[in-house]
Design a protein around this ligand. Structure first.
Ligand code: RP5
Length: 167
C-alpha cells in the first residue's frame, strides 16, 4: 500500500500485524505531511528471506528511510540495518510480557558499526519516527521542509493557545 500514486520514499515495516496499532501512528504522520510511503509486515523470525530481500532492494527502489517497529525479541530493525545503508529508525512496540523494555533494549543495543536510530516505546516512538523520517527528507526536499515547519508551528501554537490545563 502506498499513500499516493507516487513511489514510496519511506518504508514502514513491522514484525507482525499486531504491531499496526502502534505503527499506524507513524503512517499517519507521513500521510499528514504528504510523504509517499508503503506499509508492510516483514518478520525477522517468520519471514527472514523476505526481510533480506526487502533490505537488499530498498536502495534501488528509492526508499530513503525505513521505519521498523517490532516487539519482544525485536530483531527486525537491526537485521534490516545490517543489510542496507538506508537509515533505519526502530520503534519498540510495547510488549505485553515486559511492557516494551525487551523491545527497547533489543533495538537500542546494537553493536558498533550497524546503527539503528531508536525511538521511544509505543505511540510516541511511532509518531516521532514519522517526524524524524520527514526531517531527513526535508534536508533536500523544500516542499516537505515547508510542511514539517507548518506542523511544528501549529503544534507550538496549540500549546500556547491553551495555557490552562483545566480549560
Ligand atoms: C514480534 O513479536 C512482533 O514485532 C510483535 O511485536 C511480537 C508479537 O507478534 P504476534 O505474536 O502478535 O504476531 O516479532
Amino acid at each position: 500500500m502506498t499513500s499516493t500514486a507516487k513511489p514510496a520514499r519511506v518504508g514502514v515495516v513491522m514484525g507482525s500485524r499486531s504491531d499496526w496499532e502502534t505503527m499506524e501512528h507513524a503512517a499517519a504522520v507521513l500521510d499528514e505531511l504528504g510523504i509517499p510511503h508503503e506499509v508492510r509486515v516483514v518478520s525477522a523470525h517468520r519471514t527472514p528471506d523476505l526481510l533480506f530481500r526487502y533490505a537488499e532492494e530498498a536502495v534501488a527502489r528509492g526508499i530513503e528511510v525505513i521505519i521498523a517497529g517490532a516487539g519482544g525479541a525485536a530483531h527486525l530493525p537491526g537485521m534490516l540495518a545490517a543489510k542496507t545503508r538506508v537509515p533505519v529508525l526502530g520503534v519498540p512496540v510495547q510488549s505485553k510480557a515486559l511492557n516494551g523494555m525487551d523491545s527497547l533494549l533489543s533495538i537500542a543495543q546494537m553493536p558498533a558499526g550497524i546503527p539503528v536510530g531508536t525511538l521511544a516505546i509505543g505511540r510516541a516512538g511511532a509518531v516521532n519516527a514519522g517526524l524524524f523520517a520527514a526531517s531527513v527528507l526535508a534536508l533536500h526536499d523544500a516542499a516537505i521542509a515547508q510542511k514539517l515547519d507548518g506542523f511544528r508551528s501549529r503544534q507550538t501554537q496549540a500549546v500556547l493557545d491553551q495555557p490552562d490545563p483545566r480549560a
